[in-house]
Design a protein around this ligand. Structure first.
Ligand code: TYD
Length: 425
């Protein structure tokens, strides 16, 4: 096996095509240059950009410098986050790290942006070395970057990359190379001396001799009605995909056929006579089926499960709102809680007054939403109590802020919770 594994970034660790292509388009449009077709633009990804602007769009020296500046203007503000870690990469890096392998990145990207991307994915701390090309490079510098890493780590090394540049770089530096076919290398394949793998699974087998078990994560969203869970869930979905997880977005009550039927029973305004205990038991029954059929299997497969509400809603609404007490609710939900509990709960904290105002704008309130203000005041203190008791699990955000601020706060704080809860290495 190898002592040092050097990864290319774009097209090997992450799929950043969306952000790159949009930023190339931005540069060419601003310069008033003709737009290459989609396949032509895709082939910009990998080699030094200035070279592609010159060779593929006929830009002269000066224009290519300006194109690069315009490209960076967009890419370094928004484009670099239009980017997804390939599923399986996180588990591969962690697996290599656990075996004491030196991990390095060798990329044509500038250092500041490279570190920001690795930080965004929460993987910067897994790398011993990050080597980046000089800002205005036109030639392939992979061999130089590899050489710098080898000078500090002289063991048996391999370069992993998706383009010819990566494999030529490995050859020039005199080390092994593994080509990955899932990136931006198109139909190019290395000659027989080099291994070429179709996907991250095959790459893991080459590097580790096995495919590491992926680690899933269960994230619940809680808060009073009208707290903005739906919008935040959509953003969380996007974020977790960027972090390399397949995502399942589900809800309670509901989330699977049996539980969706229980949901209809629970929320129908025709069931005004339902006792508080029957209500709590129905929520618990719905939850157990959903946890058993959907949540647990998905977490075991390595997915990020994002669930609108889980047991904390019962503790707050039935335990406090209906005043059944938390012991009764815990007892009713013991089986579901044994199956799974959220790793992280995003609590969108909203007061009862604001919740009421937001709910009034809903066209048809369901049976629970028809409750009076004191019910929601008790439910809110229920959520607050759990947040105070479990600060490591609870990521509390003030949901009375504008939704953009809520989303920025979530994006900034989520990685800390993923580390704290042992999801990320
Ligand atoms: P829903 O339309 O999904 O509301 P929201 O978008 O606010 O989640 O309806 C779910 C309702 O059920 C909501 O008012 C909260 C309530 N509820 C409980 O009372 N106890 C529970 O355990 C759960 C999961 C939900």
């Amino acid at each position: 096996m190898f002592d040092t594994v050097i990864f290319d970034l774009d097209g090997t660790l992450s799929d950043n095509s969306e952000g790159i292509i949009a930023s190339i388009r931005h540069a060419l449009t601003a310069l008033g240059k003709p737009m290459p077709g989609p396949d032509e633009i895709r082939s910009f990804i990998g080699p030094p950009l200035r070279m592609s602007f010159q060779r593929r769009c006929g830009l002269n020296d000066e224009e290519s410098i300006e194109a690069l500046r315009l490209y960076r203007e967009r890419h370094e503000t928004v484009g670099y986050l239009e980017n997804n870690l390939y599923p399986g990469i996180r588990a591969l890096l962690t697996g290599l790290r656990r075996r004491g392998v030196v991990l390095a990145v060798a990329t044509g990207k500038p250092p500041r942006i490279t570190k920001r991307i690795l930080e965004h994915f929460g993987i910067l701390n897994l790398f011993d070395e990050v080597e980046c090309a000089e800002p205005m490079a036109v030639d392939n510098e992979k061999a130089i970057l590899i050489g710098r890493i080898l000078a500090r780590h002289p063991g048996n090394a391999v370069m992993v990359g998706d383009t010819e540049d990566d494999i030529v770089g490995a050859e020039k530096a005199g080390i092994a190379g593994i080509h990955v076919q899932y990136g931006f290398g198109g139909d190019w394949r290395p000659d027989g001396k080099y291994v070429s793998v179709p996907d991250v699974e095959a790459l893991s087998r080459e590097l580790l001799g096995e495919v590491p078990a992926p680690k899933g994560v269960f994230i619940s969203l809680e808060g009073l009605d009208g707290c903005g869970k739906t919008t935040v869930a959509r953003h969380l979905d996007e974020l977790m995909r960027q972090y390399g997880y397949p995502v399942i977005h589900t809800r309670e009550p509901g989330g699977c056929p049996i539980s969706e039927n229980i949901r209809s029973l629970l929320l129908s305004t025709e069931h005004g006579e339902m006792t508080a205990t029957a209500e709590a038991l129905l929520y618990a029954a719905s939850r157990y089926q959903h946890a058993h059929d959907v949540i647990l299997p998905a977490v075991k497969r390595g997915c990020a499960v994002i669930c609108d509400r889980y047991v904390d809603s019962s503790l707050a609404y039935q335990g406090e709102g209906r005043q059944l007490g938390k012991d009764a609710i815990r007892a009713y939900n013991a089986r579901a809680m044994e199956l799974c509990m959220p790793d992280i709960t995003v609590y969108l904290r909203l007061d009862a007054e604001t919740s009421l105002i937001r709910r009034l704008s809903e066209s048809v309130p369901d049976r629970i939403e028809q409750e009076k203000r004191d019910f929601f005041e008790r439910a809110m203190s229920g959520f607050d109590r759990i947040a105070a008791e479990e600060p490591d699990r609870y990521l509390t955000i003030d949901a009375s802020q504008p939704v953009g601020a809520v989303i920025s706060e979530l994006t900034a704080r989520l990685p800390e919770y993923l580390v704290k809860r042992g999801i990320w290495a």
